[in-house]
Design a protein around this ligand. Structure first.
Ligand code: CFM
Length: 586
């Protein structure tokens, strides 16, 4: 089989990683430099989360999915964000009601760019931000009545097929029983109404919200409609949320190959599609972190196996298509997949070659969520760039080290807080998709199920792996490594740019995308080419260089080194304010 993206021929080392042009720092010394500022206890904890990839074949144990130390500026979000915002939020005809103060709803509304384009006749509620708008009264006397009224009102106006209710922090604190309210509303209205106890504080990050969302979708939606879609080679695409239109790219690629997608969870998906997704014959998992729970539960209950795929990057997309074809073991599908890969690569290769000539030898660092920091490394590699440092915000050890470490992951109090559903095979609907003989033949051909090997194995020896990176570490990384581009989120984007490095926002893509599949890969190459080959970032002069007294420079430093900035708060004045007016304001 021909390899479509040639990363080993020009400018690569013996392991196939692109050669880096600029001299690179010693990662062990860099790590020491990152850590030395911290007080002892903090340093001890951060040391477990900040590793040098000394042996990619045997990933070292990383401290992941643990609480962020107070005082550290983290990129993380909350449990509510992971549940309402990430996993269920993109379902376009489920009406989502946030039970809480108005801010939680407003700030979880649409900024993630999970796009939807419902077919005629379907509804799209994504442009609405619905909340019970809890006020002091409800916090003191309880918010259940207001929630029941909100559900009735929403039903009267919109007549949705399903309403999902999300609990925010105060709801958990005052003890509103949202599940009873939902059950009564379901009986009264005759539609599906269900709630999620996804209070922001429930877990150490949004990761807990993913798990809570998976449980709720599995309990309340999956399996309600047993009518399978027509179409051959039926699969579900899991962990793809259609940011900037990615799911549409993947859909149309699969369609060209003759593969039918029953449901994408949850990018641009309807309620109906979720209810029948248990009728498909294979689950392919893109974002392992957010949806591995669902893949596992569906395999246990309905017998649908799952495999890991990655449609980010040209070579990764080709590999994923071939893996799906191998599973279905059909000559027709295999031939079609090869034809499509050949066509897509014929269009992508000239773009890739042209851009690679300008980008090769450059470096990138990625700090994103729970899967992109890994997947997007393939796109950089496609154009001859090397990832010198990467890390997730909230992923678990298996996303770094591979699923074989799962049995050794310690369950701590924070993880125990999240319900683990007890799932069994469905007495009538469990159907093994392959016979033991077929599975044995697949295994003999090198095919593996449930096969996420994690980020570390695919990174270069000596690269830095940093979990839940802090702002201090990010600044140090820029100072020491000077990567050509950093892919991360909105919270640190402007710090990075002010330090003279272009930043590709990989959560909502700024206003770009799609980046998935072959067409998306071309979009990404072009954008990175523009970013790393412009001089504009080198011309930026950040405020703290013009005025070293700027309070933004007030980082923690050992006392002796702090003398020069100690004076800053006394001399700095807010713009337009005098010392007198500040005094008057107290
Ligand atoms: Fe999965 Fe995501 Fe991600 Fe994620 Fe996210 Fe996202 Fe992300 Mo932002 S589900 S883990 S919680 S791929 S919203 S679409 S970009 S942090 S890397």
């Amino acid at each position: 089989m021909s390899e479509n993206i040639d990363t080993t021929a020009d400018g690569c080392d013996s392991e196939g990683f692109p050669l880096v042009t600029a001299p690179q720092p010693d990662p062990v010394a860099a790590r020491e430099e990152f850590l030395k500022i911290y007080p002892d206890k903090t340093r001890k904890k951060r040391a477990k989360q900040l590793l040098v990839n000394s042996d990619p074949a045997k990933p070292a144990e990383i401290g992941a999915n643990s609480r962020t130390i107070p005082g550290i500026m983290t990129q993380r979000g909350c449990t509510y964000a992971g549940c309402r915002g990430v996993v269920i939020g993109p379902m376009h005809d489920v009406l989502h009601i946030t039970h809480g103060p108005v801010g939680c709803s407003f700030y979880s509304w649409q900024t993630r760019r999970n796009l939807a384009r419902p077919t005629p006749g379907q509804t799209n509620y994504l442009q609405y931000s619905m909340t019970t708008d809890m006020m002091e009264d409800e916090i003191i006397f309880g918010g259940e009545k207001k929630l029941a009224a909100a559900i009735r009102e929403a039903y009267r106006i919109f007549k949705p097929k399903a309403i999902a209710v999300y609990a925010t922090c105060p709801v958990g604190l005052i003890g509103d029983d949202i599940h009873t309210v939902c059950r009564l509303a379901k009986e009264e209205l005759g539609i599906n109404v269900f709630g999620f106890s996804c209070e922001g504080y429930k877990g150490v990050s949004q990761s807990a919200g993913h798990h809570i969302a998976n449980n709720g979708v599995f309990k309340h939606m999956v399996g309600l409609n047993d009518t399978p879609d027509e179409g051959e080679f039926r699969i579900n695409v899991f962990g793809e949320y259609n940011i900037g239109g990615d799911a549409w790219e993947i859909d149309s690629l699969l369609k060209k190959c003759g593969i039918h997608v029953t449901a994408t969870l949850s990018g641009d998906i309807s309620y109906e599609q979720v209810t029948k997704c248990h009728t498909a014959d294979l689950n392919v998992v893109q974002c392992h972190r957010s949806i591995n729970y669902m893949a596992e539960m569906m395999e246990t209950k309905y017998g649908i196996p799952w495999i890991k795929v990655n449609f980010i990057g040209g070579s990764s997309s080709a590999k994923s298509l071939r893996k799906i074809a191998k599973y279905f073991d059909s000559k027709k599908l295999t031939d079609r997949v090869e034809e499509v890969i050949a066509q897509e690569m014929a269009a992508l290769r000239p773009v890739q070659d042209e851009i690679k000539a300008r980008c090769k030898g450059k470096t990138a660092a990625l700090f994103v969520g729970g899967s992109r920091a890994h997947h997007y490394q393939d796109l950089f590699k496609d154009i001859g760039m090397t990832t010198v440092a990467a890390g997730y915000e909230f992923a678990h050890r298996d996303d770094y080290e591979g699923r074989d470490v799962l049995p050794s992951i310690k369950i701590d109090a924070d993880s125990r807080n999240i319900e683990q559903l007890n799932v069994e095979a469905d007495p009538t609907r469990f159907r093994a998709r392959k016979t033991p003989e077929q599975d044995a033949a697949l295994a003999a051909g090198g095919f593996t199920y449930r096969d996420y090997e994690g980020m570390v194995r695919e990174m270069k020896k000596g690269a830095l792996i940093i979990d839940d990176i802090s702002h201090h570490e990010l600044e140090k990384l820029i100072e020491i490594y000077k990567p050509d581009v950093i892919a991360s989120g909105i919270k640190e984007k402007f710090i990075i740019e002010k330090m003279g490095i272009p930043c590709k926002q990989l959560h909502s893509y700024d206003y770009g995308g799609p980046y998935a599949a072959f067409t998306g890969a071309a979009n990404f190459y072009k954008e990175i080419d523009r970013m790393v080959n412009t001089k504009v970032w080198k011309l930026v002069s950040p405020p703290w260089k013009r005025d070293p007294q700027t309070p933004a420079r007030l980082v923690y430093q050992p006392k002796a080194a702090r003398a020069d900035i100690e004076e800053a708060p006394k001399t700095w004045k807010a713009p337009g304010k005098t010392a007198e007016s500040l005094k008057a304001e107290g």
